[in-house]
Design a protein around this ligand. Structure first.
Ligand SMILES: C[S@@+](CC[C@H](N)C(=O)[O-])C[C@H]1O[C@@H](n2cnc3c(N)ncnc32)[C@H](O)[C@@H]1O
Length: 191
């Protein structure tokens, strides 16, 4: 499903924006089946993968059964199961539009960063495709980039950049055939 939705290029751009370095620790929040985690491991990082879904984590465990360096953690946006200042990078791809309180979720992702650590969020720009609420359980119809910039500032991040990720997220409604193509933003900041 993910493959049809957005391309691999998204994560590579996120990694280069964060300047990921081998041997460092990253958190993948709303990890799903491990799209971001897989790339981080390939780049030589250790990963704490957090998701609220046991089923998603079980699928990740199955997929990465032979891979070392991944901690699988069941947890929710409002209270991540990671101590303060524990990770060098936090990534969240296509996660924020699912959470109830995005600013709170951003503050939690900042809390777990070490000083100097980087947060990179990739998600959808504002859109009007209602079918995504029902079919994909989206809570937010994407985000306004200016609002994201403000939230990053409120969460205490500096050097905040919110820009086009140069990719789109594409999917077709299962009922009615409506086709959504939504641009993806990338927001980054440093603690
Ligand atoms: C669209 S998927 C994205 C998965 C993955 N990041 C990717 O890029 O393929 C969103 C994931 O966020 C998780 N999620 C949604 N709301 C959450 C919350 N409040 N706390 C923790 N995880 C959440 C879901 O279980 C799901 O696995």
């Amino acid at each position: 499903m993910r493959e049809g939705f957005f391309s691999e290029a998204v994560k590579n751009k996120a990694f280069s924006t964060a300047g990921v370095q081998k041997g460092k620790i990253a958190a993948d929040i709303g990890a799903g089946t491990g799209f971001i985690t897989e790339g981080l491991i390939r780049n030589g990082l250790k990963v704490i993968a957090v998701d609220q879904s046991e089923a998603m984590l079980a699928e990740m465990r199955r997929k990465f059964a032979r891979v070392e360096g991944i901690d699988y953690c069941l947890g929710k946006a409002e209270k991540l199961p990671i101590p303060d200042e524990a990770v060098d990078y936090t990534f969240a791809n296509m996660y924020l539009h699912h959470v109830k309180l995005p600013l709170k979720a951003i503050k939690e992702m900042v809390r777990i960063l070490k000083p100097g650590g980087k947060l990179v969020i990739t998600d959808m720009d504002e859109h009007t495709f209602e079918f995504l609420r029902e079919e994909h359980h989206d809570r937010w119809m994407g985000f306004n980039r200016e609002e994201i910039r403000q939230w990053f500032g409120e969460a205490g991040l500096k050097n905040v950049i919110v820009d086009c990720a140069g990719e789109s997220c594409c999917t077709q409604s299962c009922c009615g055939g409506e086709y959504a193509s939504i641009s993806i933003f990338m927001a980054s900041g440093e603690k």
